[in-house]
Design a binder for this molecule. Structure first.
Ligand code: ADP
Ligand code: MG
Length: 702
């Protein structure tokens, strides 16, 4: 993803440096360097300017070597005066290096990293950071090291007592070379950069000029200054994203032709009467929001977000019936055949009192079956249909499609969604997701949608008790699992890897399945993982659902949304290998019946605190916040696969305030100038498009 502002037309003299010229035309960069830079994605002068430090070393935070105390985390700088590889009795080879500074010496050790002997040399100045421990004396075990200077006599870059930027580097191109290249060209390149943000808006937001921010990030006088620069870049990135999302939202919610739903209190009211329970306050609120959208002149483009078991399906069904009682058809699309079948069964049960039979359309049906369903959809005889992406094929046409519900929407690509949505004149769209995320993330991932959330769970359902146990208690835990199965329950056993060969230090699903089958010959043990063919996996899942299999050993592939009410035990091995949001997703497989359910995390070593925090709550939004705080936003919901957007400069939740400001400004800009055509907005439009090429369509003028 390009990260720099879009090319700007300039009337500078020919031959003068331009931001879009290849880096090799910059002084000091030849063919070979240009090739190396290319490996870092740096092709143009602009790319070099936007290759930003990923960390800083602050001279004031460096600990003198003699003051590094056992038990502390420190960062130290010293010159290598001795080094070598030492074998240990256990056969582990340890690389060690002795550092010296003005205060004295300290030994650094890298267990199992003998290869460092080839890269670290006597005479180099190293920056090392990590914990200090005691082992025949004080030792620092660096988690990270950076070569600051190569040979004795080379100036110590920290000598001047400033903040040192450290750049992402690559083979043959150290961060020092990059630093000196940037240093050499910084002023000239910054001078070529304009600020696309109109000055009044920039001042209103209290942000520095873009060129100043770039200078601050590359060459800060203090960490604080670097951070201020970063925040400007973060704001721009968030603004571009919000401009795109809000523009997408206005387009998606465009006026629709001919679809005007009215609240008829016919089928919807009959469904309400037939339910044995009341809707929860959250469900009622979501339904009010959905009804509001569906009866409005614009088309609905809404996401319903709530943990597994919060009752999204029923809410979606009300929306479907609102369409149906207005003589429109409603479709529910699920990401897998298994889930589609399950939905068809659930809807079939709920719709029985209303004498509506949902149709089912799956890829694996026979041609005759599919033809029959397609025929009933085309004539309008079929009013409610559930299916997989088979629903989107061109051969499927609807009589009058009024509402599309898409379950686990992040499993579908944007294009797939668009294909189904394109089937009606302009059907309303309701997306469901069982992956709650904090509000700030929802604004970046789903900023083009309106969002309704279900936070509370309906009463009267079994809860899940989560326990963290030490691996030494495995025997006891397995006895418990066996005991529960003896009472007719079913259990999931989840492992992080498929085969032992992937990671010798981790328990693997295949070995575990064999071990459990041998241990419990009287139980049927099944195995599912990502390398099985989908139909094999589905077959095993079906046998688990029917109760033929009692113990299902699995990797994380067990389907989101799979509903086996009788499965009330889950054992997770190596829970420290999973993100908290992922553990929560897994835990959602149980607690779906009336029975008390148990989730047992069998953990070893560090990270028990986070697991206990996880065990203490069942609130998916709370867990998503913990997860975000723990890992940053990177792959919280699999940003990349889900069509989400990767942010390079912004850090959430730290920059939540910037996000709010960017959202507010983007809303104002798009309201005043929808395609950003005004001359003062052109630079913003160009940059948003260069950063998010998909936005070209959105901002097409005319
Ligand atoms: P989700 O799709 O969000 O995972 P479901 O819609 O499958 O949740 O609902 C989970 C279970 O809770 C279903 O068995 C459903 O019938 C039941 N349920 C839904 N709403 C309520 C309610 N208001 N009160 C009691 N039970 C409910
Ligand atoms: Mg569901």
């Amino acid at each position: 993803m390009p990260n720099a502002p879009a090319p700007r037309s300039t009337n500078r003299a020919p031959g003068a440096p331009r931001l879009d010229m290849p880096v090799k035309f910059l002084k000091g960069i030849g063919e070979r360097r240009a090739e190396q830079l290319e490996r870092l994605g740096i092709r143009t002068a602009r790319d070099l300017l936007w290759h930003l430090p990923h960390r800083y070393v602050d001279a004031s935070s460096v600990t003198p070597l003699v003051r590094a105390e056992v038990g502390q985390e420190v960062a130290c700088v010293g010159r290598v005066v001795a080094k070598g590889v030492l074998p240990t009795r256990r056969g582990l080879r340890i690389f060690h290096a002795v550092l010296r500074d003005d205060s004295g010496v300290l030994e650094c050790v890298w267990p199992g990293q003998a290869f460092l002997d080839r890269t670290i040399a006597v005479g180099q100045t190293l920056l090392v950071s990590g914990p200090v421990r005691f082992y025949h004396g004080r030792q620092l075990a660096p988690r990270e090291y950076v070569v600051l200077a190569d040979a004795e006599g080379e100036a110590d870059p920290l000598g001047s007592g400033k903040v040192l930027p450290v750049y992402p580097a690559t083979e043959g191109l150290s961060h020092r070379i990059i630093r000196s290249l940037v240093e050499r060209h910084l002023e000239a390149l910054v001078a070529l950069s304009d600020d696309p943000l109109p000055a009044p808006l920039r001042r209103e937001a209290g942000l520095p000029l873009l060129p100043d921010a770039l200078r601050a990030v590359h060459r800060p006088a203090s960490i604080r200054e670097a951070e201020q620069g970063r925040r400007r870049l973060a704001f721009d990135e968030l603004l571009d994203l919000q401009l795109m999302l809000i523009r997408a939202r206005t387009i998606a919610k465009r006026q629709r032709l001919g679809v005007a739903f009215e609240v008829k209190r016919d089928l919807t009211t009959r469904l309400k009467r037939s339910l044995p329970w009341e809707l929860t306050p959250d469900q009622q609120r979501a339904l009010r929001e959905i009804t509001g959208d569906m009866t409005a002149g614009e088309r609905m483009h809404r996401l319903l977000m709530g943990d597994v078991g919060t009752g999204k399906t029923v809410v979606a069904l009300f929306a479907m019936l609102l369409a149906v009682e207005n003589d429109f058809q409603a479709a529910l699309m699920a990401p897998t055949e298994l889930l589609a079948e399950q939905h068809a069964v659930t809807l079939g049960r709920l719709l029985e009192p209303l004498a509506i039979r949902p149709e089912l359309l799956l890829g694996r049906q026979t041609a005759a079956e599919k033809n029959a369903v397609r025929g009933r959809l085309a004539t309008g005889q079929a009013r409610v249909v559930v299916g997989t992406h088979a629903l989107m094929q061109e051969s499927v046409s609807f009589h009058r499609l009024g509402l599309v519900v898409i379950d686990e929407q992040h499993r579908f690509g944007v294009e797939q969604r668009a294909a189904l949505i394109g089937k009606g004149a302009a059907p309303d769209v309701l997306l469901l997701t069982a992956t709650p995320i904090p509000r700030s993330l929802a604004l970046t991932h789903y900023g083009d949608l309106d969002v309704s959330t279900l936070r509370e769970r309906p009463p009267g359902r079994g809860s899940v008790r989560t326990g963290v146990r030490a691996a030494s208690q495995r025997e006891k835990v397995l006895k418990f699992v066996r005991h529960e199965c003896g009472r007719g329950r079913q259990a999931y056993v989840v492992l992080p890897v498929i085969e032992e060969s992937e990671r010798a230090d981790l328990r693997a699903a295949t070995t575990m399945a064999q071990a459990l089958a041998a241990r419990w010959p009287e139980l049927a043990v099944g195995l599912v993982h990502g390398r099985l063919k989908p139909d094999e996996r589905d077959a095993t899942m079906r046998r688990f659902r029917t109760g033929e299999i009692q113990v299902l050993v699995a990797t994380t592939v067990i389907e989101v949304g799979i509903d086996v009410a009788n499965a009330s035990v889950m054992l997770v091995e190596h829970p420290e290998r999973f993100g908290l949001a992922q553990l929560h997703q897994l835990r959602g497989r149980i607690g779906r019946g009336a029975e008390e359910s148990y989730c047992i995390l069998l953990a070893d070593g560090p990270g028990m605190d986070r697991l206990r925090a996880f065990a203490a709550t069942q609130d998916g939004f709370r867990i998503a916040e913990l997860d975000l705080a723990e890992r940053g936003m990177g792959d919280l919901i699999g940003a990349r696969q889900s069509g989400g957007f990767e942010l390079r400069h912004a850090r959430l939740p730290v920059d939540d305030d910037l996000l709010a400001r960017a959202r507010e400004l983007a809303t104002r800009l798009i309201a005043a100038d929808p395609a950003l055509q005004r001359s003062e907005h052109q630079p913003l439009r160009e940059r948003a498009i260069s950063r998010y090429p998909r936005a070209v369509e959105l901002f097409r003028v005319g």
